[in-house]
Structures are given as C-alpha cells and as structure tokens.
Design a protein around this ligand. Structure first.
Ligand code: FAD
Length: 462
C-alpha cells in the first residue's frame, strides 16, 4: 500500500511565520501517548491538563493481576481493567527503536533494579515511562483518578470536557480550546464470531484478561489468532495445558501439523462451529472437545466519552476511526480535536512523539494544515487506495507498509530530522532473526554493529 502521493510533499511550505498561539488543551490519558503529547504541547507554549482515570501513569504498561468481571469482555456493565499486559510479557520491539527519539530507552546496566535486556519485560517499560515523566516534569500536569466522561462541541469551536474524580462525588465541567485523545486502543476486545457459541458449555476468555498460564492447567484450549500476543500466550500455556489448538486464518489445512517444540501444541484451520456437547468443529472437518476458547483476536477503537454529532465515527465491525487526516485530525474539526496513537503495526512511541509535535505545532500556528477540503480529499484518496490494494477496511490504521514514509512525512511537517536509517535496518534484522530463531530471537542476535550505531546516535541526540 503506497502512501497517498498527493500528501507526500516533503517541502517545508507548511511551516508558517504566524504569531504563535497558546491554547488551553485537554489531553485524555497518561499512557505513553498522553505523556509525550503533554510534553510537546507544553514545549510549544500551550496550557495543558492531562486527565488520567488510573492512579498512576503508564496506561497499558501498568500490569495488574486483576481481570474483568466478564472474561471475554463483552458485557457492557462489566468491571473494566485498562491494561492487557500478562505476567510473562517481554517487549516485541527492541528497546533501541522502541523509545522516544529524544529520550532513548537505553539499557541501565549499572542499576541492579533494572532489566537491561534488549527485549525487556513490561516492568522495565513502565519504569522508563516514569523516568520520562520525571525528566520532563509531566506529573504536575496530570489529574490522576479523574475520568473524562464526556467531550462535546460548544459554541466558538471549543470543547466541553466533563470529568469525574474518584475523590469527589461532584463532576466537573470545563471548557477547552482543544482536546487531544490519547486513551489507547487495547482495552475493548474484538472477538471471533462462532456459530453455535451461545449454547457451547465451555469457557471463553479474551487475551485482554489473560495474565498467567495456571488457570489452563490440564485443559484442552483452542487459541484463536496469530498476533504476537497469541504467540506469547500459546508458548506460556503450552507448558501446562493438556492440548493447545491454534486456530488462525493464516493456517492453511495442508500446514496442519504437530509443532515439534511442544508436544501439547496443534495447528488447526478456522473454527466452523461449536456444539452443546463441548465439541469444536474446524472447517477441515476435524473435531476437538475443548474446555476453553481463548480469543487473541485484537481490540476495537472505543471513545465512549466523545460526542462529535456524527462527524467522527468509529465503525465497530470495520474498526475504522474516521475521517482522520493522516490518522490524526478529523478535517471538519481540525485542529481543535486530534488523536494520538491510532495507527498500528508501527513503532508506537516515536510515532506518538511525531504526531504530538505535529499537533502542538499546528495548534500554535507554527505549522499550517491544508484546507478542510484538501484534507478530506486526502482521506478519500487514502480510502480508495486501500480498496484498490484489496486491504479490508479494518486495516485502515495498519500502517506497516508505509510506516517509514509516514514517520518521515510527520517529521518534515514538524521541521524535525527524519528517522535514522539504523532504525529500519534493526526492524528488518529482527524480523529475519525471528524467522531463523523463533524461540530465542529475543536473546540471540547478529546486529551488534547496529546497536553501536544506535548508542552513537543517542549520544549525539536528535
Ligand atoms: P495506553 O497505554 O492504553 O494509555 C491510555 C491511558 O488513557 C490509560 O492510562 C487509561 O487509563 C487512560 N484513559 C482511557 N480512557 C480515559 C478516560 N476516559 N479518562 C481518563 N483517562 C483515560 N508497544 C511497543 O512499543 N512495544 C511493545 O512491545 C508492545 N507490546 C504490547 C503488548 C500488548 C499485549 C499490548 C496490548 C500492546 C503492546 N504495545 C507495545 C502497544 C502499546 O500499548 C503502546 O505502545 C502504548 O503503550 C499505547 O500507549 P497509549 O498511551 O496510546 O495507550
């Protein structure tokens, strides 16, 4: 999928010499995206309030053993747990490329409390985000335990933000010039539709509520999905379960085989139907009687607080948030409403950083946006290119094919240097390493020359 050429303009005509504006900005969420958004907005002279419903920063990286009251995550009144982290999680990206560009996620070998591995565990990422917030004094902008329950348009293009604090019964209503949505998109489960599921007697759980393998001991488990979480989780439970059957769109029936590394593991085709007696029938006709179906089937965008009179919609089944110019600004509401972190299959933190710089610069008048009509035209051209390339709508925000061009385009908009070459080289080397050493790629590698380049570039700064 190509980046829409009309918008790939690398000139600096969008940088303006207009008088800078300072806005009163609400940032929703203090995960990685909200933290860097707050920093960039303040750097650009805006007055920022960050709303965080949790009692600490870090969002998805705040591991908790708690799970939701409905393990599959469908009941609208279930208790909600924000994080999807499981106990054994190590990053799926190398720390050298994962961190913010001007605050690298460098290993702290000298500190015994830290995890110096190149693919560290989740606690190390949370520590890094706390270091980042400490370094830039971000916590003073954050209202913890304060949930945004409503965001809506008011006269003059401003926004009303209604919030509820845990420590008070009274809600608060305030007016902001702009709202930046940074609430993450790994909490609202997406599940597979399965014929017969309402009468099936087994247990269903979504990976959002997976923490440890123990509850699966001696069970027959059907795991649906093929993402990196699915891979981690099947490795986790294969050691304790009786059998783990992996069912995925990407497994063709001819590749069905017993995986050598775990005796308990089987690859299966897609599920055709399930039945009252506990049986699960696959499209190739094979049948398994199972205890649990574990859905590792991803997440949906969900902005329950946002009311834009239908201007921005989230297509539930197709998982498209739109229309969004370059996945950030809804043309009709730009620049007062923006989103950080919508794209996936990219390197999230540097992406959040660039999107945030762009938003902050646009709000202060330093960077000009195209007209609303031009932005809308760009969105439509993008949708047409998706369709022409045969990509399903649910992949609207999957930017894997043009992740480098996207990041460079944002950098040019902001007047920042484009991404260093070693980053892409490292991504490619990891992908190759993963193929060669699927079980040990996080601990064995051949790209030390790139590590040296990365640390050299960290020394020199962006
Ligand atoms: P979040 O981290 O989800 O933060 C959003 C914050 O908004 C939360 O603190 C939440 O409490 C708050 N919030 C939400 N709604 C409201 C509201 N209404 N009012 C107030 N506050 C609100 N990325 C990587 O770079 N490397 C990895 O190895 C990696 N592994 C991952 C593994 C898993 C299992 C998952 C699910 C994701 C992984 N990711 C990884 C992606 C990761 O989630 C992102 O990198 C990043 O942490 C997302 O940050 P965020 O700020 O956008 O969202």
């Amino acid at each position: 999928l190509a980046f829409v050429p009309a918008m790939a303009d690398a000139s600096s005509a969008h940088l303006t010499a207009m008088r800078p504006l300072s806005s009163h900005v609400a940032v929703i969420g203090a995960g990685a995206s909200g933290l860097v958004a707050a920093r960039e907005l303040r750097r650009e002279g805006h007055n920022v309030v960050v709303f965080e419903k949790g009692d600490q920063l870090g969002g998805n990286w705040v591991y908790t053993p708690e799970v939701e009251s409905d393990p599959i995550g469908l009941h609208p009144n279930r208790t909600i747990v924000h994080s999807s982290m499981y106990q054994s999680l190590r990053t799926n990206l190398l720390r050298e490329i994962m961190g913010f560009r001007d605050y690298p996620f460098a290993a702290k070998e000298e500190d015994e409390e830290r995890d110096p591995r190149r693919f560290p565990g989740h606690r190390e990422v949370l520590k890094y985000l706390n270091d980042f917030a400490g370094e830039f004094g971000i916590c003073e902008m954050v209202r913890f335990e304060t949930e945004v329950v409503f965001v809506g348009l008011v006269e003059g293009g401003k926004w009303i933000v209604k919030s509820k604090s845990k420590t008070s019964d009274e809600g608060l209503e305030e007016i902001y010039d702009a709202v930046v949505v940074c609430c993450g998109h790994y909490t609202q489960p997406r599940v597979a539709e399965i014929s017969g599921i309402t009468t099936w007697k087994g247990r269903q759980i979504h990976s959002h509520n997976y923490r440890t393998p123990e509850p699966f001991r001696d069970q027959v488990v059907i795991l649906i999905g093929s993402s990196s979480s699915a891979t981690d989780i099947y490795r986790d439970i294969a050691g304790v379960a009786k059998e783990v059957h992996i069912s995925s769109r990407s497994i063709a029936s001819e590749t069905k085989e017993k995986k050598p590394q775990f005796d308990t593991m089987r690859l299966n085709a897609m599920i055709k139907s399930v039945h009252e007696d506990g049986s699960v029938v696959f499209i190739d006709g094979s049948v398994v009687v199972a205890d649990t179906i574990l859905h590792c089937t991803g997440y949906k965008y969900h902005f329950p607080f946002l009311e834009t009179n239908g201007i921005v919609t989230v297509d539930g089944d197709d998982n498209r948030v739109g229309p969004l110019f370059k996945h950030v600004f809804p043309p009709a509401l730009a620049p007062s409403l923006s989103f950080v972190g919508v794209p996936w299959k990219t390197v999230p933190f540097p992406n959040f950083e660039l999107q945030s710089k762009w938003i902050a610069g646009v709000l202060s008048n330093r960077i000009a946006l195209p007209s609303k009509e031009e932005m809308m035209k760009d969105v439509k051209a993008y949708y047409s290119s998706l369709e022409a390339s045969g990509k399903p709508t649910r992949h609207t925000h999957d930017i894997f094919d043009y992740r480098g061009e996207y990041a460079d385009w944002l950098a040019v908009q902001c007047g920042s240097p484009v991404l260093e070459e070693w980053r892409e080289q490292m991504m490619l080397t990891v992908a190759k390493n993963w193929l060669v050493r699927p079980k040990t790629y996080q601990d064995e590698w051949d790209d030390n020359h790139l590590v040296l380049q990365a640390y050299e570039s960290f020394k020199n700064g962006v």
